[in-house]
Design a protein around this ligand. Structure first.
Ligand code: NAD
Length: 422
């Protein structure tokens, strides 16, 4: 394909997407507000970590197919891949300001026949209610003189290059002509199925994918709290229930984090606050898990007559999931903050996060009364903590990720199976 493609926003999504279009023959301009990103890119270097991306970008830049700039230039297709956080007020609605600023930056160079695609995750109806009016206010007729579509991204960090090519892709146009134009563009490198629909369906499908997972995790977390009250082994309940051919209970944990599951459900709630009750409740349950976990720690020490300020706790893991370095919206961070607020002395260890790394982890366990596992890093799994627990004053582990061997030598291990005894 020999189209000119302009990608606005060169982060985890925009940069790999730029590289994929460039390697399939398009002339790509990657636009970012950050001079650092633009300068590095023009030198063939990348500023994010993603396997396989550095080579792809270096090759595309060397071949003259990819270059970067601070502002959009005329192209056949524009792709918006800028952040969509939630508004930092009670509503937690989708903050469209980055998307709209990116759209506004494209309008001066938009020409008849062009295609404009929003890849950023956006609340349902954002394209119809905000993007289309902005484009039409600039003098275009969407579906006639320019084409607008939403094409949400589903890639998993760490596997982005593979998934960009192989994942099925939802393409939702404002009109069938818009869907057709976007489909033709993405066929440049997408080998997965292209699922054509309307923009608002594409928007809500993307938000619901993450919401589905959030709600199911909330159900498992609620079960864990019910089991705790009733002295029942939650993990055994899940194991047995999942033997049913149509049941798949998820795994409980200390909460839900990251920049997708912990954010996108709010986009739906904010659009239909009286109606999206289950989605909001699931968010509340998951956000309450750090408090539940800390309540368990309180009860554990209170039962032994130990005040928080006399107890030393080792917190294991700060990231929102295992074997990554991403702390965004991490429930582990929330749990640590709550423990500190209560007066516990907390030593934090995370081998994946520079700030919390430690060359001598055993020293952190010295004299500790409790180790609490908050992230499922490989470094904490099975018997891995065995070499450290010997340094503890009281070798007790509270494993909120259910990854430590229940028979770990020299330690008493509690998880969501026997947590009611903790
Ligand atoms: N990262 C993921 O795994 C993932 C997965 C699926 C969907 N998404 C969605 O994709 C979107 C982008 O996420 P990301 O992780 O790539 O974000 P990111 O923060 O990694 O990158 C965004 C980039 O956009 C740039 N930017 C912001 N405003 C700009 C503007 N007006 N003009 C030009 N550049 C601008 C920033 O400087 C930054 O480099 C978000 O909506 C996110 O929810 C991300």
């Amino acid at each position: 394909m020999d189209k000119r493609v302009c990608v606005v926003g060169c982060g985890y999504i925009g940069l790999p997407t730029s590289a994929m279009f460039a390697s399939s023959g398009c002339d790509v301009l990657a636009v970012d507000l950050s001079e650092r990103v633009v300068d590095n890119l023009n030198a063939g270097r990348i500023t994010i970590e993603e396997p396989g991306l550095a080579e792809l970008v270096a090759d595309a830049v060397a071949a003259g197919k990819l270059r970067a700039a601070l502002a959009p230039e005329p192209a056949d297709a524009f792709i918006i891949a800028v952040p969509t956080p939630f508004v930092d007020d009670g509503s937690r609605a989708c903050d469209l300001s980055y998307v709209m600023a990116a759209v506004e930056s494209v309008l001066p160079v938009l020409e008849e026949g062009n295609l404009l695609v929003v890849e950023s995750t956006i609340a349902p109806r954002s394209i119809d209610d905000f993007v289309v009016p902005a484009v039409e206010a600039a003098g275009f007729r969407v579906g006639e003189s320019v084409f607008v579509a939403h094409c949400p991204e589903r890639v998993l960090p760490g596997k982005i290059i593979y998934e960009l090519v192989n994942n099925n892709r939802i393409i939702g146009g404002v009109t069938p002509a818009c869907t057709a134009a976007a489909t033709e563009l993405y066929r440049a490198f997408v080998a997965g199925e292209i699922l054509q629909t309307e923009a608002k369906v594409a928007e809500l499908s993307k938000c619901m994918e993450n919401t589905f997972r959030d709600v199911n995790i909330a159900l498992a977390n609620e079960l864990a709290m019910v089991c705790d009250k009733l002295d029942i082994d939650c993990l055994e309940v899940i194991r047995l229930a999942n033997k049913h051919p149509r049941v798949n209970l998820h795994t409980p944990g200390p909460g839900v984090g990251g920049h997708c599951l912990a954010i996108d459900p709010y986009f739906i709630c904010a659009k239909a606050p009286e109606t999206a009750r289950l989605i909001k409740l699931a968010r509340d349950i998951n956000c309450g898990m750090p408090e539940f976990v800390c309540g368990k720690v309180d009860a554990h020490f209170a039962a032994r007559g130990i005040a928080p300020r006399s107890a030393k706790v080792v917190a294991l893991g700060v990231t929102y999931k295992g074997n990554i370095d991403d702390c965004r919206q991490s429930p582990a961070m929330d749990a640590i903050a709550l423990l500190e607020e209560r007066g516990y002395s907390v030593a934090v260890f995370d081998p994946h996060v520079e700030q919390y790394g430690c060359s001598d982890p055993k020293a952190l366990f010295e004299g500790a009364d409790l180790a609490i596992v908050l992230t499922d890093h490989n470094e904490f799994k099975g018997d891995a903590l065995g070499e450290f627990v010997t340094a503890m004053r009281t070798p007790v582990i509270y494993d909120t990720r259910n990854i430590v061997s229940a028979e770990l030598a020299g330690a008493q291990v509690y998880n969501f199976g026997n947590g009611y005894e903790f």
